[in-house]
Structure formats: C-alpha cells, structure tokens
Design a protein around this ligand. Structure first.
Ligand SMILES: [Zn+2]
Length: 391
C-alpha cells in the first residue's frame, strides 16, 4: 500500500512511541533495576537494607524518596540498588535485564553508564565488575535488535577518576565507548578530575560530564572549556545564558554552534527540583533554538519512566509530533560515542526507514522520506521472555 504523504500527522500515541526506534545516551545501570530483581538479589546476596520486600511497595518507596526536590536526597536511593549489586552475578543479571527492558521499549542503541568503583564492596575487582556488565549486556541484547555501549563513570566526590579512566581505556573496543563523572555536583567541579580527562583526551576516548544540573553555568563552562567534554549530561542551566528574547550569550552560542549534545532528562530534573514541571523544562526552548538536544531517562526506576514515556510527556508538554521525535532520535544517534560510519548506518538502515514509513511525515518540518518508499516497515522488537531468576 502506498504511503499517504499528506495525511495529518497527529499526536504520537504512547504505544506507537514505544514501538518507534529510539536512542538513549544517558541511562544509569544502577538507576534502572526491576524492583522484583532488587528483592530477589537482596535475598540472594544477604543485603538487609531494604525497607520492604514487596516489589510494588519498594518501587513506590524508592520513587517517593527520589522526588524530594534535591539531587543529594535523590542520590540516597541508590543505596538500595547498589546494595544488591556487589557480586559479578548480580551485575551480570542487572545488565542483561537492562538490555531486555530497553529493547522492549523500542530502544535500538543505548549508552548505559555506571561507576564500577561503587560495586566492589563485596570484593569484586574493577575489571571483574566491567566484564560482568559487558557479558550481561551482550547476552541481554542478543536477538533483540538493540546495541549497547558502556560508559564508565567516576564519582566526582571521590578520587578514583584517573583509575576509572585507565579502566575505560583497557576495555575500549570491547564494549566501553566512553567515560563520565557523576554524583553530587555543587562543590565538586569537573576540573578536580583533570588528570583523568587529560589521559582520555590524549588517547582519543570521548567523554561526557554531568554539568548544569544542580549547579550553574560555571559547571558547564568548566566541563566544555577546561575538561573538553564531548557531550553534557543535563546542561539545563545553559538557559541562564539565554535572554528572554532568545538572544544567546557566548557559552550558549558555542554549545549550539558546536552542536554539543545535551543529554536532557526531563522527569529526573523535575524530581530533583531543578525545574518545577515538564512544561517548564528548558528542553522545549533549547530544541526550538537549534541546540543538539536529546531525550533521556537518567534513572528509569527512581523516576518511574521509560524512554517512550519521556517522549510521551514531552510531546504533550511541547506539542511535539513525529518530526520532532525523529529529529531528537537522530540527534541522539549523531551524538553517540561510535564511529561516524556506524552511527550513519543505524540512522539510515533502522531509524530513517521507520519514520519515513509514517503516514503524513512528509508534511513535517523538512524531513525527507526515502524516495519511492511505499511500504510501512516497522522496527520490530522481538518478544522477550523476561527472566525472573538469575540469568
Ligand atoms: Zn545522570
């Protein structure tokens, strides 16, 4: 059946958004566990810190705890997820289920991050933690139409960033695609970790930096100028460099002109109190002004979100439709820490054909459908059998 190019696009439905091929660049492994897995791993590993062993109740308690409008209080909730991620077997299972859950949500490429230094209390080595995660991603991704790259985080409040950067380089070309620093932002500038960034820069390994989430423009400036970040985690405070009339200050103009990807995580930002609501989130303005904005989950469990639910909320808040979802997905793929030929291959073979097959997309904002395209291919995510026990 031929495409009907002039049919109205309409608002994306949530099940369609779930089916659409999507890309996530900012998703924390230790922020996305299934509640049932936390309970089972707590029993298996002897972790005794859970407030309840009922998975539904546990999810509610963690999500309540994460919504106290403070990044520091939000980060406290990680004690329960990290508490059960101190064995290789547990890290492997969490990574495998992460791959399955992202694939079930229509994600075709993901960069998932975590800080191995927080998974060694049980005596596992840093290398052991990374290998367990990579094995979990590999097995969880198999036959599910998703590819996952791993980002290793160092905690900005600690002093293991150089060691973590060396670790990332050891596993380069074996699944680790980049580096990040995470954790409490205010009072812990990225320049505290210059030795790690210098090492990575000399080796040509890309990195992103959480900046401009709970701290201001100086944090973003340092991340870009002093540390050489290729992307910015959150970066929402860049709006402080934009006038009410849309006039850009020099830093904002630089981010836009250099197409530095901004890994935005709207719901998470609301929960930590960085913005009052999704509608008030700067992602809409930044997108309109031509920044390379991307939509991300941050912590699927803590925030009770998926990538498709984040798109759903943003579509409703900002009036976005399929052309915007397509552009944001392409932005994310272009910002991925993969070689350009591999990025383009996913865009041209997986992303573009799916969106071009949507009736009415031709009416969108300048998107060009594949010439002569007549069918409506759908990216199909194979049915997955969720594992409830260790995998
Ligand atoms: Zn984050």
């Amino acid at each position: 059946m031929p495409a009907e190019p002039y049919q109205p696009v309409g608002s994306p439905k949530s099940d369609q958004l779930r089916q659409a091929p999507k890309v996530v660049l900012h998703d924390h492994l230790d922020g996305g566990l299934r509640p049932s897995t936390i309970v089972e791993l707590a029993r298996e590993t002897g972790y005794r810190g859970l407030p309840t062993y009922d998975p539904g109740e546990l999810a509610a308690r963690i999500q309540e705890g994460a919504r106290r409008r403070s990044l520091d209080l939000y980060l406290e909730m990680f004690s329960h997820t990290l508490g059960v991620m101190q064995t290789e077997r547990a890290v492997y299972r969490v990574a495998a289920e992460c791959a399955q859950d992202l694939a079930d949500d229509g994600v075709v490429y993901a960069e998932v991050r975590f800080a191995p230094e927080l998974n060694t209390e049980g005596g596992v080595s840093l290398d052991g933690v990374v290998e367990a995660a990579m094995a979990g991603f590999r097995d969880g991704s198999e036959s599910r139409g998703i590819r996952i790259g791993l980002l290793l985080c160092a905690m900005r409040t600690a002093s293991r960033s150089l060691e973590t950067a060396q670790l990332a380089l050891r596993y380069r070309d074996r699944g680790v695609v980049g580096f990040d620093i995470a954790g409490a932002e205010a009072g812990h500038p990225p320049s505290d970790h210059l030795a790690a960034f210098d090492l990575l820069r000399r080796a040509g390994m890309p990195y992103t930096i959480h900046a401009g989430e709970a701290d201001g423009l100086d944090s973003i400036r340092e991340a870009v100028h002093t540390c050489g970040a290729r992307r910015i985690g959150h970066g929402i405070r860049i709006v402080d460099d934009i006038g009410e009339d849309g006039a850009l200050g020099s830093l904002a103009a630089e981010l836009r002109d250099r197409k530095i990807p901004l890994e935005q995580c709207p719901t998470s930002n609301v929960h930590i109190g960085a913005v009052p609501s999704i509608a008030a989130h700067p992602i809409g303005t930044l997108f309109d002004l031509g920044f390379r904005v991307t939509v991300n989950t941050d912590n699927r469990l803590m925030s009770g979100v998926s990538l498709s639910s984040e798109f759903d909320r943003c579509c409703r808040a900002f009036g976005w439709s399929w052309p915007e979802v397509h552009r944001l997905t392409t932005n994310a793929m272009e910002g991925a820490f993969l070689p350009a030929d591999q990025r383009r291959e996913i865009i041209s073979q997986v992303i573009d054909p799916w969106y071009a097959g949507l009736p009415g997309l031709r009416e969108g904002k300048g998107l060009t459908p594949v010439p002569g395209f007549v069918s409506h291919p759908r990216h199909t995510v194979p049915d997955t059998e969720r594992t409830s026990g260790p995998v």
